[in-house]
Ligand binder design. Structure first.
Ligand code: AMP
Length: 397
């Protein structure tokens, strides 16, 4: 069964074609800068890469371009669009409606639309991709895979904020958590590596990319996670602040006459590694200059310290932990962050093997803990698209 996976952002479409159930990667690509004269499509298949810059007006045109490259006589991997038997969509917010993936119908479309208030940057483009795919592939089943679904097992005391309960009653203000597809995928793979059923493992999964989140997994279920109502809470990120004292906002609002929109921009786009360093949101760039640049080093130190604090929290929450699992661009490659966030924790049963850690980069899977470490430390490359394809296959086969 050939399955197309689509991840629509506000100005981008990421896509991948899989042959299921073998999960064979047939082709993948990215369309960026939708709405611009110089939009760009990058497309990879059979070890070849095609890059084209062209005007793409909207997501509808983007998907037509996608359809053209995958069916083209030279670059195509299917002879016609009717070869595609299902489409899996990444949807960021499923609110309290969905704790697992679902086949999309009118009720699901309405629910995704209802959650747009909670994820105004993500759900509307996700919905646009779904609507276009429904038109483009008539009669084909579309499946929604939600970033929030895995965290719907959080207990009430972990998802409720300590503010007036009326805000939950009226507006559903609560912790939802994100990156669920990734946390769920690496938890499953970690259980396989540990040789135990998922329902018997306790894990701390760290998804560290441009966005970062950490999850406490008990007996295979998410029981706490660092992102909250939105993906702004928790760890330090590329450009997002993560946790700060909320009173900083009142103080700065008075000092600098800042508005809600200013804070939205400052905390989401101008904080985190970029805000502290004043140089870059990219870990690699900061690591390269940290010996000579004090602010780059400080940014990395704060990132690693916050990560270590959350690991400590979740060790307490879980008590028995089988493994700490690292994934995402930084989690899979950033051996310095892994080392700093797991060092000096031998009394808590966490002992990192520095040599194995340094050797585990670029998509490699591995155990980077010392043989004596009570808590294993694993690196597991994430595969969100593959997981979306698997969920889609399970629901439509
Ligand atoms: P992602 O959002 O998962 O693509 O991850 C992006 C982040 O991964 C950026 O901060 C990159 O700097 C970081 N990253 C990628 N490769 C490396 C590397 N070799 N060392 C440190 N960080 C890396």
């Amino acid at each position: 069964m050939i399955i197309l996976v689509i991840n629509c952002g506000s100005s981008s479409i990421k896509f991948q074609l899989f042959d299921m159930p073998s999960k064979k990667d047939l082709a993948k690509g990215l369309i960026e800068r939708i709405g611009e004269e110089d939009a760009k499509i990058t497309y990879k298949h059979n070890g070849e890469k095609l890059v084209e810059v062209l005007p793409i007006k909207d997501h509808k045109e983007g998907l037509s371009k996608l359809a053209q490259v995958i069916t083209d006589a030279e670059t195509g991997v299917v002879s016609s669009l009717s070869d595609i038997e299902a489409v899996g969509h990444r949807v960021v917010h499923g609110g309290e409606y969905y704790s697992s993936s679902v086949v999309i119908d009118d009720i699901v479309l309405k629910a995704i639309n209802d959650c747009a208030d909670l994820a105004p940057l993500h759900n509307p483009p996700n919905l646009m991709g779904i609507t276009e795919a429904i038109n483009m592939f008539p009669g084909v089943k579309n499946v929604a895979v939600f970033d929030t679904a895995f965290h719907q097992t959080l207990p009430e005391y972990a998802y409720t904020y300590p503010i007036s309960h009326s805000y939950y009653d009226k507006y559903k203000v609560r912790r939802y958590g994100f990156h669920g597809t990734s946390h769920s995928f690496v938890a499953g793979r970690a259980a396989e590596l540990l040789g135990k059923p998922l329902s018997e493992v306790n894990l701390i999964t760290c998804h560290l990319g441009n966005g970062c989140s950490i999850t406490a997994v008990k007996n295979g279920n998410s029981i706490d996670t660092s992102m909250g109502l939105t993906p702004l809470e928790g760890l330090v990120m590329g450009t997002r602040s993560g946790d700060i004292d909320p009173a900083i906002l009142f103080y700065l609002a008075k000092k600098e006459n800042l508005t809600i929109n200013d804070f939205d921009r400052i905390l989401n786009k101008e904080s985190g590694l970029l805000g502290i360093s004043g140089i870059s949101n990219d870990q690699r760039n900061l690591e390269d200059i940290q010996d000579s640049n004090k602010m780059a080093k400080l940014a990395l130190d704060i990132f690693d310290y916050k990560l270590k604090k959350y690991i400590g929290c979740y060790l307490a929450v879980l008590n028995r932990v089988d493994a700490i699992v690292f994934t995402g661009g930084i989690g899979e490659n950033g051996h310095l962050s892994r080392e700093k966030s797991c060092s000096d924790m031998d009394a808590l049963g966490v002992e990192i093997d520095t040599k194995k850690n340094e050797e585990t980069i670029r998509g490699k899977e591995g155990d980077i803990s010392k043989a004596s470490s009570r808590v294993k430390i694993l690196v597991v490359p994430t595969d969100e698209e593959g997981q979306i394809a698997s969920d889609t296959y399970q629901l439509v086969k």
